[in-house]
Design a protein around this ligand. Structure first.
Ligand SMILES: Cc1cc2nc3c(=O)[nH]c(=O)nc-3n(C[C@H](O)[C@H](O)[C@H](O)COP(=O)(O)OP(=O)(O)OC[C@H]3O[C@@H](n4cnc5c(N)ncnc54)[C@H](O)[C@@H]3O)c2cc1C
Length: 382
């Protein structure tokens, strides 16, 4: 099926790929333009596999049976060594398993890397994207799937930037064979939490770096939320080991030695032994500032914002990836419903997606404020 319509997708991460595979499934020609030249698949940690992601895979005809590790219960570890267990079945996957599955399903000749959008122009018939290398391309629809630092958003809504939420997520991955057996037995195939004053840490098992689900080849994935003052402490945390100040995150292998050491010492003071051992076994922790972002519009005639470019719900909702999937599913549905008339379809699509983004944004703020600040802000203990 070819409906003779062309989409330009800016950003080749999950939101861009969800949109790409689903618009192709309804007969559009799609080209994805990704700024990064290197292979994206080597990065990323854990993702809770939500129904919207499974639905997007189904609609695009992508197999998903081998995508995740099943956890059958939650463990809440207590300071006195006891454990509260709660049955809850969830499937946990990894960013790179999702990325690789989608990427394998999207044709190489339409996935263009090293292409950084710098500007766009639209009229009543078409939209044109301009790239840093001097090239340009024209289509019926432009999808801004370019994430937290979205250029598309900067062009259309220049005053809407993410705001720091007051805390960061330290993160880490440990290969299954590299954790002592006693700790591994507690952590395996469970969602494990430790909550304490103004902080919490969680862990779940995800596929191996090579997407393997075979026991022994998977990874323990942890996230620890720690409060930092934006003015006095955050700049130090977001300065990498080469002295470069990063915007919102420090990738694995780049965390400054003093921050790495402080985090490990802090873990020894405040965490319970299983999480202390997990952090001690982590070779290259990384860190992300937790952000809030919401926009008043997602549709701008022939241009849409999807995924993190539009709304960043806090990670406690486990909804960033599923929201990106939902944005793409409903966009494809609206285009079919309106017979591929872009202006009418986007107009109809926008309201529900704004409501979804707003709902998740507010819910995440509530969950985050309760767990991190209920007792007042507690600073890093040096
Ligand atoms: C390498 C990587 C690893 C990640 N790992 C995790 C994880 O482990 N767990 C998790 O929950 N979330 C992770 N995320 C974030 C997750 O992908 C998002 O929260 C969510 O899936 C929505 O994704 P997105 O595609 O909207 O935004 P993003 O994933 O941020 O992707 C935006 C993409 O747009 C590209 N881009 C930006 N500006 C331009 C431009 N001007 N021109 C062209 N391209 C541009 C970026 O290079 C990036 O690839 C990761 C993101 C990346 C890029």
């Amino acid at each position: 099926m070819n409906v003779n319509r062309q989409a330009i997708v800016i950003g080749g991460s999950l939101a861009g790929l969800f949109t790409g595979v689903l618009l192709r499934a309804i007969g559009w020609q799609v080209d994805i333009y990704e700024r990064t030249k290197r292979n994206l698949s080597s990065r990323g940690g854990g993702v809770v596999l939500q129904p919207d992601v499974v639905e997007a895979f189904n609609l695009a005809g992508i197999p998903h049976q081998d995508l995740g590790v099943v956890a059958s219960e939650r463990y809440y570890l207590q300071r006195n060594g006891s454990i509260q267990a709660m049955p809850m079945r969830q499937t946990l996957t990894s960013w790179n398993s999702l990325y690789n599955s989608l990427r394998r399903h999207f044709p190489d000749e339409h996935y263009h890397q090293g292409k950084s959008l710098t500007n766009l122009q639209q009229n009543d018939k078409q939209v044109t994207a301009f790239f840093a290398d001097g090239t340009q391309t024209t289509g019926d629809l432009l999808v801004g799937a370019d994430g937290v630092t979205s250029t598309v958003r900067h062009i259309l809504l220049p005053t809407y930037d993410p705001m720091y939420a007051g805390y960061v997520g330290f993160r880490g991955l440990v290969n299954e064979g590299e954790l002592d057996p006693e700790t591994a037995a507690i952590m395996t195939e469970r969602f494990v939490f430790y909550q304490f004053r103004n902080s919490h840490i969680l862990q779940y098992v995800i596929p191996g770096e090579n997407e393997s689900l075979v026991p022994g080849e998977r990874r323990f994935n942890w996230v620890w939320y720690v409060n930092y003052d934006e003015a006095t402490e955050l700049p130090r945390v977001l300065t990498d080991k080469n002295g470069k100040r990063r915007d919102y995150s420090i990738p694995p292998g780049m965390m400054a030695n003093d921050i790495d050491l402080e985090m490990r010492q802090y873990a020894e003071r405040v965490l319970v032994p299983p999480f202390q051992k997990l952090i001690a076994a982590t070779k290259e922790p990384f860190v992300q500032a937790i952000l809030d972002l919401g926009v008043p519009n997602m549709a701008f005639e022939r241009v849409v914002l999807v995924g993190d470019a539009a709304f960043i719900p806090r990670p406690h909702t486990a909804a960033s990836v599923s929201k990106a999937a939902q944005n793409a599913i409903t966009l494809a549905d609206a285009l079919v419903e309106y017979d591929h008339d872009v202006l009418n379809a986007l107009n109809a699509w926008e309201l529900d997606q704004l409501n979804l983004g707003m709902h998740l944004w507010k819910r995440g703020q509530g969950l985050g404020e309760t767990s991190q600040f209920l007792y007042g802000k507690q600073r890093w203990e040096k």
